[in-house]
Design a protein around this ligand. Structure first.
Ligand code: SAH
Length: 221
């Protein structure tokens, strides 16, 4: 069944912004993921949920990990596949909704998330966590990079300059991106162990707006 929500940040929104260059699509991996890899925290096979155009996934593939990336925006996946071919990197990119992860029919040692969880609405977050449990092995770790409540809600008229197709994105959507530690703990209380939630920075082209985040390491029990 197609997953098309009527409110919140929709697939159509993401698909349309990927015809241009959305502010989070910075053309290089996020620093936080480079640091995790260098620290040896990313182990084995990796699934990147909401991989966008694949920079984090491709970085980890270049470091020797077996990597799959999924995203529901076909244009993002197409761009990721093109980059993989250009860079001669082996990575598998598929169009898939994160609420259907269980259909992958396999598990990974590590799952990474850069900006996916925070874009899901309250009804979707628990369904995503259930799907996550289906694709991560016992003892495997989910790393999540999301906005925190410390990120101020920007002046929307200014943000339009950085986000060309902005018509369907509303202040309440931005508000939802600002995840609290309590929300993270609540989402991962059953069957998960939270190793840490650290202050982190999300790199984005959002002009003068500061983007504070949380980097969470959460293992499946
Ligand atoms: N991880 C990428 C993209 C972050 S933006 C990066 O760091 O650049 C969030 C991504 O999640 C978008 O690419 C969006 O298309 C994807 N996404 C949001 N909801 C999704 C869902 N339900 N299923 C699959 N992908 C989703």
């Amino acid at each position: 069944m197609p997953e098309q929500k009527e409110e919140g940040i929709t697939m159509d929104f993401f698909e349309s912004v990927y015809h241009g260059e959305p502010p989070w699509d910075i053309g290089r991996p996020q620093k936080e993921y480079i640091q995790l890899e260098q620290a040896g925290e990313i182990v084995g096979s990796v699934l990147d949920v909401g991989c966008g155009t694949g920079e984090n996934a491709l970085y980890l593939a270049a470091q020797g990990h077996e990597v799959w990336g999924i995203d529901f925006a076909p244009t993002a996946i197409q761009k990721a596949q093109e980059k993989a071919a250009q860079r001669h990197l082996a990575a598998t990119f598929l169009v898939l909704n994160v609420l259907e992860l269980h259909t992958l029919g396999r598990t990974f040692d590590t799952v990474i998330d850069s900006g996916l969880f925070h874009s899901l609405n309250d009804e979707e977050r628990p369904r995503f966590v259930d799907n996550l449990a289906a694709v991560i092995r016992r003892g495997g770790t989910y790393f999540m990079l999301c906005f925190s409540e410390l990120t101020p809600v920007p002046d929307f008229s200014a943000l339009k300059d950085f986000m060309p197709d902005f018509s369907t994105f509303k202040p309440e959507d931005y508000e939802r991106l600002r995840v609290t530690q309590a929300e993270i703990k609540e989402s991962f209380q059953d069957g998960w162990r939270i190793n840490y939630i650290r202050q982190a920075t999300l790199e984005a082209r959002l002009g003068p707006n500061e983007v504070y985040g949380w980097l969470s390491s959460i293992s499946k029990e």
